[in-house]
Design a protein around this ligand. Structure first.
Ligand SMILES: [Zn+2]
Ligand SMILES: [Zn+2]
Length: 379
């Protein structure tokens, strides 16, 4: 993980204002709405996470002294197990650039005149790992701005209609020409009278007060495709808030939160499952049933397997998001040592100890043996 100061491109002595300025600039640059490059979203998350730490004097102090470990230890910092996902980054972003800022205009309208597009709306969907694997349909309720039925979204009282703005002649923009030594400059501004819409409402609709839209509780059905993770979000285009005065709907952003499953560690599309076996199973081999994300699988434990050795169930991991195929399930075999022995077991073990004629010989030629053992201990 990169240094947070480097991520924001500021010095360690940077003031709170410097940090805020640097974040705003980078967030604008990397917001996935504006930047189509495939790593924009990851960059956006990174800069937002760095900003969340450095903008808070207490967290910044912890970070300066102990690095990222200090942040993880601090209570309530939001840097726990789940990590810093797109949803978190988006929340920060909305807080920083919230309603009515010029920034919002950049996103919500690309046209200079005519009805503006509505704001994007955001919902969160929590899924189990199993649901993330199978894909799921969810219906949820959200308060969204929806077109007013009384005026069909026009904002004008039924029976009346908007009139063209006299100031800009319906164009929504006004030009001013300035002469200077270097020549003439023409600058174009949104019309101040109609706010760039080109039309004016003389008799506003009584229901929506001329806005053409109203807050409503809506039921939204969301299809989550198989293979998502907490880093993903879905964009349902045209299903967010209605724009003012009949403007097109913004998008609906669905932030996904995939819960952890105690049976599996997820590594991309692969799932790691820890399987405890007895010493005799490891020595003699066995046929076992192990859980998979969508059921169970039969697994052949070869005789003489070492603790920490991994077996692979091909194609039994997570489905690849919007692609063919699935990852693997990796079963990490851990030899379990009984803490108590019955007297009969003890006698048998003692007999076995007498029969053992060699010290353990780890296969050190095989790379990664000790890594696997370490992994097994830390699991
Ligand atoms: Zn209305
Ligand atoms: Zn106008």
């Amino acid at each position: 993980m990169a240094d947070f100061y480097q991520t924001l491109g500021v010095s360690r002595q940077a003031s709170a204002d410097d940090i805020k300025r640097a974040y705003r600039k980078l967030a604008m640059e990397h917001h996935p709405d504006r930047n189509a490059s495939p790593d924009a979203e990851a960059r956006f998350r990174e800069v937002t996470q760095a900003y969340e730490v450095l903008r808070d004097p207490e967290k910044r102090d912890l970070y300066d002294r102990y690095g990222e470990a200090g942040i993880r230890r601090g209570a309530g910092t939001g840097f726990g197990m789940g990590g810093f996902g797109f949803a978190d980054a988006f929340d920060v972003f909305m807080r920083e650039f919230g309603g009515g800022s010029p920034f919002e205009e950049i996103f919500s309208t690309r046209r200079r005149s005519g009805p503006r597009r509505g704001r994007d709306a955001k919902v969160r969907v929590r899924l189990t790992l199993g649901e993330a694997a199978s894909g799921v349909k969810r219906t949820l309720r959200a308060r969204l701005l929806d077109g007013c039925e009384r005026c069909s979204g026009s904002g004008a009282e039924p029976g009346t209609s908007p009139v063209a703005c006299e100031t800009c002649g319906g164009r929504g923009e006004v030009r001013s020409v300035q002469s200077s030594l270097l020549g003439q400059f023409v600058s174009v501004h949104p019309c101040p009278r109609c706010g760039g819409e080109g039309r004016r409402i003389e008799t506003p609709c009584a229901e929506c007060r001329g806005q053409g839209r109203l807050q409503k509780e809506k039921r939204i059905t969301i299809d989550v495709p198989p293979g998502v993770s907490s880093d993903d979000f879905l964009r349902l285009s045209g299903r967010g808030n209605a724009g003012p005065k009949g403007g097109p709907q913004g998008d609906l952003l669905v932030a996904l939160e995939v819960e952890e499953d105690p049976r599996f560690e997820r590594h991309g599309d692969d799932l790691v499952h820890n399987l405890a076996v007895t010493f005799s199973q490891a020595a003699l081999g066995d046929q076992l049933t192990v859980p998979t994300i969508d059921g169970t699988a039969e697994l052949e434990i070869p005789a003489g397997i070492q603790s920490g050795q991994a077996l692979r169930l091909r194609g039994r991991g997570m489905p690849k998001l919007r692609a063919q195929g699935r990852g693997d399930q990796i079963v990490r075999v851990l030899v379990w040592t009984p803490a108590r022995l019955s007297s009969e077991q003890r006698e048998t073990m003692e007999r076995l100890a007498e029969l053992e004629d060699a010290a353990p010989e780890p296969d050190t030629k095989q790379p990664g043996f000790w890594e696997r053992v370490k992994q097994a201990f830390s699991a």
